[in-house]
Design a protein around this ligand. Sequence first.
Ligand SMILES: CC(=O)SCCNC(=O)CCNC(=O)[C@H](O)C(C)(C)COP(=O)(O)OP(=O)(O)OC[C@H]1O[C@@H](n2cnc3c(N)ncnc32)[C@H](O)[C@@H]1OP(=O)(O)O
Length: 130
Amino acid sequence: MTEQVKPTGELLLRTLAMPADTNANGDIFGGWIMSQMDMAGGLMAKAISRGRICTVAVNGMSFYRPVAVGDAVCVYGNVRRLGNASMEIGLEVWVRPIAKGTDEHYRVTEAIFTYVAIDAEGKPRPLPKS
Ligand SMILES: CC(=O)SCCNC(=O)CCNC(=O)[C@H](O)C(C)(C)COP(=O)(O)OP(=O)(O)OC[C@H]1O[C@@H](n2cnc3c(N)ncnc32)[C@H](O)[C@@H]1OP(=O)(O)O
């Protein structure tokens, strides 16, 4: 893993890791983190496509460091590729362990999520031109 000093992309979502989101080790459950990423990327995909979307693929998912209860969890996104109906969005999760009272800010997870713009019948629709 290459240590990044700052996030890539736009801040899409900020939330707090809660006790209900822990796994058997007492750390935050990876599925919860993926869900936050999907929501954040989905927000960006909806804005780009100006309408309904669905998630079709998740690639290159890497978990670098654990997330603890009380951490501020921030999801950043950047557009990697726009196709006819599809959108590849690079997502990074960064943590601020605010409960520790430090200025630390580090990347814990990244992945590329692919979304497809769909119409009311769930069929792919072309992305708007501008
Ligand atoms: C919140 C949530 O959404 S949870 C996740 C739930 N997700 C779903 O229910 C999605 C289920 N999948 C589907 O309904 C269908 O696969 C659809 C509607 C997304 C796509 O239907 P398809 O018949 O595959 O459409 P088609 O072959 O025309 O592909 C449409 C676009 O999606 C892309 N695509 C489809 N499947 C994938 C995939 N697995 N990975 C990457 N891109 C994909 C295609 O490359 C194409 O991109 P382009 O238009 O930019 O060239």
